[in-house]
Design a binder for this molecule. Structure first.
Ligand SMILES: CC(C)(COP(=O)(O)OP(=O)(O)OC[C@H]1O[C@@H](n2cnc3c(N)ncnc32)[C@H](O)[C@@H]1OP(=O)(O)O)[C@@H](O)C(=O)NCCC(=O)NCCS
Length: 152
């Protein structure tokens, strides 16, 4: 079955908590980020299948969440969402996309798409802060990493 992809609209927020089941974000939280204009959704038929939630920070675009419902995985939707975010970022003058992820479960996926690990975290205060918040919230520091994809 084919899937479609577009910019998220505030009305999409209500269904987003069902996609990323382990996210603490509420529908209102998603709506606030959607209004910033860079989040994306993918549909299979009428069903919301995947989301990419992003927020600009100066000339970087940070991906807060990328999630595809298990039933719709391995069809290229996750990769399609990231590639669309890269195109949107280039078109809006963004210098780089950033994110934090799990070294084993997420980093290999993003590496395939051109992201590299940020090892010099003292030179990237915002990402260092994000990792610190995640550890405060109970995530394993050894498993988390920050990644960046520079745009030409
Ligand atoms: C990661 C995720 C978004 C991928 O979505 P998807 O729609 O299944 O991804 P795609 O179908 O576009 O996969 C693209 C490629 O990445 C690979 N891939 C998918 N998940 C991967 C992972 N966790 N690690 C390594 N490779 C992965 C696929 O096998 C595929 O490679 P192939 O074309 O050579 O077979 C999805 O598995 C998901 O929602 N996971 C839970 C949340 C999560 O981990 N988010 C990302 C970290 S924040």
């Amino acid at each position: 079955m084919s899937w479609s992809l577009r910019l998220a609209r505030p009305a999409d927020a209500a269904a987003m908590p069902d996609i990323a089941a382990d996210s603490p974000r509420t529908a209102e939280g998603y709506a606030r980020l959607i209004r910033k204009g860079h989040s994306l959704v993918s549909h299979v038929g009428d069903a919301l299948a995947g989301v990419l939630v992003a927020e600009p920070f100066r000339r970087e675009l940070h991906i807060w969440e990328l999630s595809v419902l298990p039933a719709f995985r391995k069809r290229g939707i996750g990769r399609g969402l990231v590639r669309a975010a890269l195109i949107d970022a280039r078109n809006t003058g963004v210098k780089a996309l950033t994110l934090t992820t799990d070294r084993e479960d997420g980093a290999p996926f993003f590496a395939q798409l051109g992201f590299e690990e940020v090892t010099a975290l003292d030179a990237h205060i915002r990402l260092a802060g994000e990792l610190a918040v995640e550890v405060d919230n109970g995530l394993d520091a050894d498993r988390r990493c920050a990644m960046i994809c520079f745009l030409d």
